[in-house]
Design a protein around this ligand. Structure first.
Ligand SMILES: *[C@@H]1O[C@H](CO)[C@@H](O)[C@H](O)[C@H]1NC(C)=O
Ligand SMILES: *[C@@H]1O[C@H](CO)[C@@H](O)[C@H](O)[C@H]1NC(C)=O
Ligand SMILES: *[C@@H]1O[C@H](CO)[C@@H](O)[C@H](O)[C@H]1NC(C)=O
Ligand SMILES: *[C@@H]1O[C@H](CO)[C@@H](O)[C@H](O)[C@H]1NC(C)=O
Length: 604
């Protein structure tokens, strides 16, 4: 008997809905048996390796299993009695196998978990092995977990959290079960911006909890921006004069605490200090001469003269050589707080007009009339990157602008560099990978989590229109982008359906290392961050872990993600993560009743 029908039988007394386990991200391979679930007591004998991260990870998972007594909230399999879908086909990720031997005596309950880790020392860095297997054999009372590294073991635990469920009374798990799992991509994450608005340490940890449950493994932390500098610095304590308040700062201990919290959950923290663009706050306190155009009008009303793409302006002065001394000290101190081999050094959206306010730059151009803005950006690469690379094992992440924008640096080496692509979707991914750059996909048209909330700039006359013209006459408001440059809002379906390696050669596709969904924080702080990240980031989690296609048919499985994601949203909320609802609860209770197309292959 399949788990959903058995659980339903036990649970129907209290509810009309059938339930089924449906972990997210869908594992690469699950094989369920057909002999029905076995009970799991509240106390198991754990047979764990002597490793603090594994032991703590196990008890964290086990405590949640026992505390939450999770009952899946949205079943993937259609409910027999609900039209229009009869129970025709089994759930795609599962295949019933005959019971191995009916003659073998079944155990009455699970009593042990055994966790074997081949290599206890592998560090949490890019490309660490995250694979794991979970096995419960038919005649066994042991849950067997094996993993190459402790980080894979942590993923096994979050899978177990979703497949040991309650039947309304005790805990149960389907037996036998065999899971083999590993991610497609090494980089799977979200980006938080604590520069435009502050996000507190507890809220950052809440996001990390969600990342871990979704098997996302990167928190890209955009620490500062022109608007504020929230990071306490020993080398230049004056920088936090540009924090929003004394309470909206990160101490060294705060940062080390976030890094340790993330690491304990298998999440790497990628720090970013955006340079030389997006740089006024903090830097200007150290030495105003290293910031160009900080006091200019950002000039959106005279676009030809703009010094920034959003207020407030400010860019590190590339020619003033005092800049590099300050940058080196700040970068070196921050490098002691983070444990990842990678450091993100920004490099996006340089605005040439800003440098008209710098006498260093204008003199430099005057000295040699052949010099171009591309040469200026190259000067930054040639002078700043050697500083960044001095740290042992250091690799860099940059935004693609420094290679693709006008202006850009003509000569950016491909070695030890990851390029984060955010413009022009597949076009830029194809361009960068063809040129041998390793790429993190963050295409704004698909993955920006902040889009679609209108404009934040004030005194904007484009809203002062008393009509809703028809679509043929689309203006800024109706039919337009409503002031959000990357409108509309990216729904989970938009994210999940993104085939970001489409039309790449195999050689190009190998250069795609994963994907990060950014959440810029012009309109985000503690009050809304979780609802903007979740559960949409979980759609990216499955896309980057096991893909958006059914491994057997090769067809898009967006329609089967639906119930998995709706269930996972409820699970996030149960775990204290403020994920937004995606549908009326009716849709969750009535699988596929809210589909636009009756045809389940409409997305393929
Ligand atoms: C900035 O300087 C460049 C080079 O002299 C010039 O072409 C450009 O028009 C200036 N921009 C503004 C806004 O004055
Ligand atoms: C700093 O810049 C000046 C020109 O403004 C140059 O003469 C000097 O060599 C530079 N110093 C260093 C250490 O690069
Ligand atoms: C990449 O884009 C640039 C323009 O931004 C273009 O000059 C170049 O030819 C493109 N290269 C490839 C390989 O597509
Ligand atoms: C892939 O290339 C084909 C042939 O040029 C084109 O028709 C198709 O639109 C491309 N797909 C994507 C997703 O760009």
């Amino acid at each position: 008997m399949r788990l959903n029908s058995l659980v339903a039988a036990a649970w129907l007394a209290s509810t009309a809905a059938a339930v089924a386990v449906n972990p997210l991200p869908a594992p690469r391979s699950i094989t369920w048996g057909s002999s029905g679930p076995i009970s799991v007591p509240d106390v198991l004998v754990p047979n764990l390796p002597n490793n603090q991260i594994v032991v703590e990870g196990w008890y964290r998972a086990w405590t949640k299993i026992v505390e939450l007594r999770w009952v899946p909230q949205a079943t993937e399999a259609p409910i027999a009695s609900y039209p229009p879908f009869p129970t025709a086909s089994p759930a795609p990720s599962s295949s019933a196998v005959p019971s191995a031997s009916k003659a073998k005596r079944r155990q009455s309950h699970i009593d042990t978990v055994s966790v074997k880790v081949a290599d206890l020392t592998a560090d949490l860095q890019e490309d660490v092995d995250e694979s794991y297997t979970i096995d419960i054999k038919e005649s066994s009372s042991t849950i067997q977990i094996s993993a190459q590294t402790i980080w894979g073991a942590l993923h096994a635990f979050t899978t177990l959290q979703q497949i040991i469920i309650s039947n309304g009374h005790g805990l149960i798990i389907e037996q036998p079960v065999h899971i083999e799992d590993s991610p497609i991509y090494a980089w799977r994450g979200i980006m938080l911006d604590t520069g435009r608005n502050f996000i507190s340490v507890p809220k950052i940890k809440e996001q990390i909890d969600g990342l871990a449950l979704a098997k996302l493994n990167v928190l890209h932390w955009h620490l500062d921006d022109t608007q504020s500098w929230p990071v306490e610095m020993n080398v230049f304590p004056e920088m936090t004069k540009d924090a929003y308040s004394p309470w909206q700062r990160f101490s060294h201990n705060d940062i080390k605490g976030v890094v340790a919290y993330a690491r304990a959950r298998g999440v790497r923290v990628l720090p970013e200090v955006d340079m030389p663009g997006h740089s006024a706050s903090g830097w200007q306190q150290v030495d105003p001469s290293i910031v160009a155009c900080g006091n200019s009008w950002w000039s959106n009303d005279v676009w030809a003269a703009h010094t920034a793409v959003e207020p407030n302006p400010g860019q590190l002065d590339i020619i003033n050589n005092k800049t590099y001394g300050v940058v080196e000290k700040v970068y070196n101190e921050l490098s002691t707080l983070f444990t990842d081999n990678y450091f993100h050094v920004g490099s996006d959206e340089l605005q040439p007009n800003c440098y008209n306010f710098s006498s260093y730059v204008t003199n430099w151009f005057a000295q040699d009339s052949s010099r171009t803005y591309n040469d200026l950006v190259q000067y930054w690469v040639d002078h700043a990157f050697p500083i960044f690379k001095k740290i042992k094992n250091r690799k860099l992440v940059v935004w693609e602008d420094i290679i693709l924008n006008d202006p850009h640096a003509p000569n950016v080496p491909t070695k030890d560099l990851l390029v984060q692509s955010w413009n022009n979707g597949l076009t830029n991914i194809a361009n960068l990978t063809a040129r041998g750059y390793d790429v993190i996909v963050s295409s704004s048209d698909f993955l920006y989590l902040d889009c679609g909330f209108g404009g934040f700039v004030t005194n904007d006359p484009r809203y002062d229109v008393m009509v809703n013209p028809d679509a043929d006459n689309a203006n800024f408001n109706y039919g337009g982008n409503g002031g959000s440059w990357c409108a509309p809002y990216k729904t989970w379906q938009r994210i999940y359906d993104y085939d970001f390696t489409a039309n790449l050669t195999d050689a190009q596709a190998k250069h795609v290392k994963g994907s990060i969904a950014p959440l810029w924080s012009e309109q985000v702080d503690d009050t809304v961050v979780s609802s903007k990240v979740w559960p949409r980031a979980a759609a990216l989690a499955e896309l980057t872990w096991s893909g958006n296609k059914d491994p057997k048919t090769g067809l898009k499985r967006t329609t089967t993600l639906t119930q998995r994601l709706l269930n996972f949203r409820e699970y996030l909320v149960a775990n204290g993560i403020g994920a937004t609802p995606l549908v009326p609860r009716y849709c969750l209770n009535h699988p596929h009743a809210c589909d636009l197309y009756y045809d389940q292959t409409a997305i393929h």
